[in-house]
Design a protein around this ligand. Sequence first.
Ligand code: CAA
Length: 392
Amino acid sequence: MFVGIDDISFYSSGMYLSLSTLAQHNGENPQKYRLGLGQDRMAVPGPDEDIVTLAADAAWPLVNDENRHRISTVLFATESGIDYSKSAGIYMHRLLGLRDNCRVVELKQACYSATAAVQMACALVMRRPEDQVLVIASDIARYGLGTPGEATQGCGAIALTVKASPGLLAVDPVYGCHSEDVMDFWRPTYMDTAMVDGKYSTLVYLRALLASWKNYQDDGGASFTELARFCYHLPFTRMAEKAHRKLAGAEGERIDEHQLEEKIGPGLLYARQTGNSYSASLYIALISLLENDEEDLAGKRIGLFSYGSGCVGEFFSMVVQPGYQKRSRRSTHLALLENRRELDYEEYARLFLYASPIDGSAHEFPRSAAGRYRLAALEGHKRIYEQTSPGL
Ligand code: CAA
């Protein structure tokens, strides 16, 4: 029996800031962001959007009357938690009308936890092949106005279903992990923006990549040349270029610009527009690859590197299933990115600094979310979500 990803979708907010606008405001050359970081735009969440609304918008197309009763578990990966105790997945479970007989839990290890969720989901399905597991990764990347990390902000969520005999991707059982206690990027519980040692974080990312790759090889993984495409965690898309060159160099392979574009290019298109979405970003790269690669990828093996600061890395692989194109949501995803509203710098800064009460007083959020779900209000320290258009 093989298990893996049967369906996958992503959602990001309906507003964005062009990185040329940001460069102009910050007195930087726009080419630094466009070429140096490989980013064009960053998604900006509205006051009535959070990891729950982004996640529910990513997940609703995947849940229907045929599979709702089969979803036995929701694994919600995030590092933008809204509550120390209650899982964000519980709110989403209600918004999507999932069955009561369902386990829901939140997972955290920076940007890595979605991959832990995928591996755990595969193990659960191996044990009960009639079940499906809904995996969510949803995050809002915040560094602060005027910080070096600012140009690498963004937001987004992915949802995927894991099942036996999946329609999209079979996940290989081999993997290579690397864990190490380092302070490259972290967020103390009293802060709403990340702390980061930026240059160091890129070095640790590459170190974790090589260590994970070695462990993947030792576990019997596919060779560098056997992998048809590569998807990397994307804090900014240029990081994938650095990672792929590093891996090629370690394997004694020389790669030119054409090979680089072939192996990683189609996977970078969506993240150039959304910015970093932490735990979701690797899977947005995977969606971008499946929806935009012009070659038929059926039967091809894809290598993936998941990285979460602090740190855990994992190199693993998946095989694309025949007929995967029929499940593509390309037109929906392209429309989502195309139809966003552009912000000027002042509006972006106002949204960034928007603060809701933390004393329990009642608060209604202004309407700006473009999706089906929004955070309507706070009341007595409770978050009140609503559905803005019929999705169920
Ligand atoms: N034209 C073209 N390129 C230009 C340029 C120009 N005019 N000006 C500068 N550049 C290039 C630079 O040469 C550099 O390229 P190289 O990396 O190849 O040297 C690139 O643009 C970036 O320039 P700087 O290094 O000067 O940029 P910076 O100091 O402002 O910060 C950063 C870059 C460290 C990534 C910063 O944005 C940051 O701290 N980001 C957040 C942390 C992060 O994303 N880390 C990634 C690894 S950790 C991780 O992956 C987990 C996660 O999601 C956070």
